[in-house]
Design a protein around this ligand. Structure first.
Ligand SMILES: *[C@@H]1O[C@H](CO)[C@@H](O)[C@H](O)[C@H]1NC(C)=O
Ligand SMILES: *[C@@H]1O[C@H](CO)[C@@H](O)[C@H](O)[C@H]1NC(C)=O
Ligand SMILES: *[C@@H]1O[C@H](CO)[C@@H](O)[C@H](O)[C@H]1NC(C)=O
Ligand SMILES: *[C@@H]1O[C@H](CO)[C@@H](O)[C@H](O)[C@H]1NC(C)=O
Length: 476
């Protein structure tokens, strides 16, 4: 009934279907101070990123459902730390959003294509993919199809993801808020690449991504009204508004998901506490000394990262990170910080994993003048601790608990400006921890850990220290 009522309107309300893209007409460059440019009479758009900032544009139209195609050629070469986005988003604090995000990488290493869907401000629907081609060599078409029944992410006509309207089982689906299309190129080397360990190489700036072939078949929202029949697209059967994946398309999607999907929130049924536990020795003040053991929680089944660092007079940058060779959540394990005037040794269950030697002889600072207190805390750090904040804490598993026992302190206790050790630096107590070194067995075990479980070492990060690695890296 309603069908036939609206049928006559169908022709007159035919949705925008631009044959030739015209960026001049259809989008606005919203930021970037000249780094975003429309060229060739509106056929081509480029976004650039340099050290000062990135750039971005948005569609002039707002949509309530649509099929948006964009041809993009991503930043080539060493694009580590750059993020190129293409997304639909509504304004406000309970926004809806449909995301394509392209995380750049070192030359030769693949981009990560990240997808997500937010409804009323709630996301946590991440799926990530590698691509089966080099997205920087030529233009490829990325499509977001959004209709009342499903969202389909498509790359060059191949669907890579379908997010179905599952309101029937209580899952929110974006369908009430008009969204605009946005795209941007920006720097996120603080989180996009391996938790910020790989930095953007600014000597390669400006970074440029190119766009063409913007096509919007959509229900355009304007003055509180949709351009589509009755606001939800009924009466336009056969079009993108009721599009589904046929069996061929489903098969192609399965092929992509089998071979190129690298993360799927749906297989993370038991999202593990994304918590951060640290044990540290630290002195007060702005030029503090600090020795850190930090444990970054992960999804169930995925390993914790054990992060270590040493600060002297407020200066750190001495990170080493490890996986553990056991499940640190199944039972108690012993973590030891040995700090004497010659070295700091980090030990796990008696196995040394790291030695930070006193290398004042080559000019490296070593903490030895400020008394420190031991601290430990457990807190939520899901905005940065796990994959650049992509994995969120599952609060349904709260409260999260870490347990402690066996606290043992053999130490020079500092009190009222005096040490409890002979003459304040431990001489006279030879043979104890105060003069402890690693014997050859201990060194061999440490080499085993470092060979098999070390995942980051500041001493090998030549990209981070282009003027040369810190001196102590050679002295040891
Ligand atoms: C649009 O029309 C359908 C029937 O074709 C009806 O079920 C639906 O409620 C209508 N939606 C709106 C927003 O009016
Ligand atoms: C960069 O490439 C490496 C090696 O394939 C991969 O492990 C990593 O996830 C990639 N990083 C991004 C941000 O895509
Ligand atoms: C979580 O596990 C994944 C998969 O092994 C790993 O890539 C990631 O670095 C881990 N994250 C943390 C914070 O340890
Ligand atoms: C501690 O005693 C040693 C000799 O045992 C001496 O060389 C050193 O200077 C003394 N240190 C302090 C801080 O008094």
């Amino acid at each position: 009934m309603a069908h036939s009522y609206f049928l006559p309107l169908f022709i007159s309300l035919i949705v925008i279907s631009s044959v030739s893209a015209n960026f001049q007409r259809d989008v606005e460059i919203t930021w970037g101070d000249g780094r975003g440019q429309i060229k060739n009479n509106g056929e081509l758009l480029t976004l650039s990123l340099d050290k000062s900032s990135g750039s971005g544009f948005q569609s002039k139209n707002e949509y309530l459902f649509g099929k948006i195609d964009m041809q993009m050629k991503l930043v080539p070469g060493n694009s580590a730390g750059t993020v190129t986005t293409l997304y639909l988003k509504s304004p406000g604090t309970t926004w809806d959003e449909i995301d394509f995000e392209f995380l750049g990488n070192l030359s030769g290493d693949p981009y990560t294509l990240h997808t997500n869907v937010y409804t009323q401000g709630k996301g946590d629907k991440e799926q990530q993919f590698k691509l089966w081609f080099d997205p920087t060599a030529d233009f490829h078409t990325y499509t977001i199809l959004w209709n009342p029944q499903r969202i389909i992410f498509t790359v060059d006509g191949t669907p890579i993801r379908e997010f179905k309207n599952m309101e029937s089982v209580g899952t929110l689906f974006p369908k009430n808020q008009p969204m605009r299309m946005y795209s941007s190129l920006w720097n996120a080397d603080d989180w996009a690449t391996r938790g910020g360990l790989v930095k953007t190489d600014w000597s390669k700036a400006p970074f440029t991504a190119s766009y063409r072939g913007f096509n919007q078949e959509a229900c355009v929202w304007s003055n509180g009204k949709s351009s589509c029949p009755n606001g939800s697209g009924q009466g336009t059967t056969g079009s993108w508004l009721s599009q589904e994946l046929d069996s061929t398309a489903q098969e192609r999607m399965r092929w992509v998901q089998k071979n190129y999907m690298i993360y799927n929130y749906c297989t993370d049924t038991k999202r593990f506490p994304q918590v951060y536990l640290f044990v540290k020795l630290k002195s007060p003040g702005t030029t503090w000394d600090e020795i850190d053991f930090e444990f970054l929680g992960n999804l169930s089944g995925d390993p914790y990262t054990l992060h270590t660092n040493v600060y002297t007079q407020g200066k750190g940058d001495k990170e080493q990170q490890f996986k553990l060779w056991f499940d640190p959540t199944a039972d108690f394990h012993t973590y030891t910080i040995l700090w004497n005037p010659q070295r700091i040794i980090f030990t796990v269950d008696g196995t040394p994993i790291r030695e930070f030697k006193n290398m004042e002889s080559v000019g490296t600072l070593f903490p030895k003048n400020q008394p420190m207190r031991m601290y430990s805390s457990l807190w939520n750090a899901d905005d940065w601790a796990t994959r650049g904040g992509l994995v969120k804490t599952d609060w349904s598993k709260a409260p999260f608990t870490a347990s402690y026992r066996g606290f043992n302190q053999e130490a020079c206790v500092w009190s009222n400006g005096k040490s409890s050790c002979p003459n304040g630096s431990g001489q006279g107590t030879t043979g104890s921890w105060l003069s402890q070194e690693l014997d050859s067995t201990a060194q061999e075990r440490m080499r085993w850990v470092q060979k098999n479980y070390m995942i980051y070492n500041y001493c090998t990060d030549t990209k981070r220290f282009p003027q040369g690695l810190p001196k102590e890296c050679f002295a040891a």
